[in-house]
Write a protein that binds this ligand. Structure first.
Ligand code: ZN
Ligand code: ZN
Ligand code: ZN
Length: 374
């Protein structure tokens, strides 16, 4: 994988400035974390109470407000390509930042900016307005370029390889958390530098979409929802499959799995030129509703993925934005039967890539048929 270059980051910052201008905003304020990594390649070793903030004005050059003691790290990480404005302990860091901002400007801020920093800026610039990225510029990181897509594809392939290995593990008689630990190790073994989540939800726990793997002993006859992902080359994986322990299925287990699989397929096929995000949700949901399980599908159909494992765009009713080439997101319908079991099937897809300009390409290709484990 070729590393991102200072040029790549500069292109992203220029695109962000253009989006801010179009939205009538004075600029965007970027906090440490996935947003700062995306726009600069700089990841402070520890995100602390000290203010670090990239200011991308709608017009003019970006500047990083940085604690004096961390300026060296910033310069090293960015090759000195970015202007910085350092503040020292004892200074008013918000006054330092405010000098770079328009007194009555409207600014988009990273969703994950610490509240104390937004409040500090608000106190200093009483006529300025601060709004979250997701509310103001949700598509800031939504469209991925070829280099980003190749990272997401590598992360997806690694997650699929981990799943293939998981199918060879013994489930019966072990605790959910033991299988979850194995899954995390397998993701790392296949190249992930970071594991975000490894959900292992056996039997009735499968009816809780975000069940945390725990002490429940997995037994013969259980349906088990697996949902796992993390970061590789700085980009996310996120996939779900539902397996069955032993081959003695109930009719309902088979039926529900078939419905979810058909719904997932319909969601992927809804990614057509001219389709909106909510069309993906509607297509998947229609299959589940027709089968009589409308009340048991209790979440949106998908979310974007990039330098985080959950981000805009969201595949949800009411999201009327068009799906654009290069958007990467999950398609993950599920059915949850309280007290019994759940089924979820999830792939990451990329919309209209060069090889398939009219459809979605799946970045997860593990078998979607229900697999039997021991
Ligand atoms: Zn069963
Ligand atoms: Zn997932
Ligand atoms: Zn997901």
């Amino acid at each position: 994988m070729r590393p991102f270059t200072p040029q790549d980051f500069a292109v992203r910052r220029r695109r962000a400035a253009a989006q801010a201008r179009t939205a009538g905003m004075a600029g965007i304020l970027v906090a440490p974390g996935p947003d700062l990594a995306y726009f600069t390649g700089y990841t402070p070793t520890a995100v602390t109470e000290r203010l670090t903030m990239l200011v991308i004005p709608a017009e003019g050059d970006p500047v990083v407000v940085v604690p004096l003691l961390e300026r060296g790290d910033l310069v090293q990480a960015t090759g000195g390509e970015l202007e910085s404005s350092a503040w020292n302990d004892g200074d008013d860091e918000y006054a330092t930042a405010a000098r770079l901002l328009a007194a009555d400007g409207r600014y988009a801020v990273s969703d994950a900016t610490w509240a104390m920093h937004v409040l500090g800026l608000q106190r200093t610039l009483t006529d300025a307005t601060f709004v979250a990225f997701t509310d103001s510029l949700p598509m800031l990181r939504a469209v991925k370029d070829a280099e980003e897509i190749s990272r997401l594809a590598a992360a997806g392939a690694a997650a699929d390889a981990a799943y293939a290995d998981v199918l060879g593990l013994t489930f019966s008689g072990r605790r959910e958390r033991d299988v979850a630990d194995d899954l995390g190790q397998l993701l790392r073994a296949h190249g992930h530098e970071h594991v975000d989540f490894t959900l292992v939800c056996a039997g009735e726990n499968g009816a809780d979409p975000h069940h945390e793997a725990g002490g429940r002993i997995i037994t013969d006859g259980d349906m088990v929802v697996l949902d796992f992902g993390g970061l590789m080359w700085g980009y996310g994986s996120d996939t779900s499959r539902t397996v069955h322990v032993g081959d003695d299925f109930t009719g309902q287990e088979r039926e529900v799995h078939d419905v979810v699989r058909a719904a997932q397929q319909a969601g992927v096929e809804a990614v057509r030129p001219g389709a909106t995000c909510q069309d993906v949700d509607r297509a998947a949901r229609a299959v589940i509703t027709d089968a009589g399980y409308a009340e048991q599908f209790i979440h949106r159909t998908g979310h974007g993925i990039g330098t985080t494992t959950h981000e805009p765009p969201y595949m949800v009713e009411g999201e009327e934005r068009l799906i654009e080439p290069g958007m990467c997101f999950s398609v993950e319908p599920g059915i949850y039967l309280p007290g019994q079991f759940g089924v979820r099937i999830e792939d990451i897809v990329v919309a209209f890539p060069p090889g398939s300009p009219d459809s979605a390409l799946r970045l997860n290709t593990s078998p979607r048929e229900v697999q039997v484990v021991a």
